[in-house]
Design a protein. Structure first.
Lengths: 155, 155
DNA sequence: TTTAAATTTTAGGATTGGCTAATATTTTTT
DNA sequence: AAAAAATATTAGCCAATCCTAAAATTTAAA
């Protein structure tokens, strides 16, 4: 048993072709904001993520180079087909974690933040385990009830 | 319902007096490595965390300034009383998350990495929820069994 | 006790993703 | 169509944390 530790930074580094945590946040948000109209404007995106426009510009340029989005100077932002596919998965992951945490009794006003933080760190395998747990409770209503009961008794 | 999103970087910023994710990793490791002898050498620490010695030097200097550890150039590293107290909590948190994830069926060979990533992101409240869940299973053995069963049926 | 080996530090560089201030472009208003 | 307002970009800076290469210090060996 050779325990092999690394620092957080190292674990979070993206050696594969996967996205950085912040990129995932941008992609998710672009997905959400462009559902209705098919596009987003840079300042909407910046506002939604609570960053300054120059930060969004920089990130959006990077994402365009990675072909996650279509973007030209001063234009509108739209998702590429890749971006759309990835975005969809990110949103799904987000919602799974949200539901998972909710089930465990995380307070409503912390839910979003906790989800936002956790979603970027977990592996596919872990996500699947979360999904399984949710399913387990769905097909075992009695357990779900007892758990809910237990949680509220702890408040 | 005013959903207020931020990017991962913003969530992970430490405005309070709390430590960065990497600092937490260093502190945890120093705690582990200094249990027996009461001190650690810089190169042991660097080795254990898979970083190069200069990286460890820099971090250790910063942590000494924050009075988490006692350190003087070329000397040994020992925990200050503050550092010891915080370290103890970090280890406890680590172990809680490890147990939590194990219960959910995360595979043995991913357990450490997943724990290492999640431990730096969650709030006190969320940790408490994890603890509650573990307790719930301890006092409801039948549920624990059914869950374990369910998980292995999913493999 | 001088030399060699091990350990640690310093110096300088890279990446990520924020920021502000100033500039450029586009859109809207008059 | 010219002026004003809104939007977006560029330039340059900051902090965290990693890295390599070279220099300094300490420890061990001959």
């Amino acid at each position: 048993m050779n325990e092999d530790f690394y620092t957080f930074s190292e674990y979070m580094k993206k050696e594969n072709n996967s996205l950085t945590a912040s990129m995932e946040d941008y992609l998710e948000m672009i997905y959400r904001l462009s559902i209705k109209t098919g596009f987003v404007r840079l300042h909407e995106l910046a506002d939604a993520l609570n960053v300054q426009p120059p930060s969004a510009t920089k990130m959006v340029q990077k994402m365009a180079e990675l072909n996650l989005i279509n973007y030209e100077k001063y234009g509108v932002i739209t998702l590429s087909s890749t971006g759309k596919a990835i975005g969809k998965n990110l949103i799904k992951r987000h919602n799974t974690i949200l539901e998972f945490l909710k089930t465990l009794g995380i307070e409503e006003n912390h839910l979003l933040e906790e989800t936002e933080k956790i979603e970027h760190t977990i592996s596919e395998n872990t996500l699947q385990c979360f999904t399984n747990f949710i399913e387990f409770l769905k097909s075992n209503k009695d357990v779900k009830e007892r758990l809910t009961e237990y949680i509220s008794s702890k408040k």
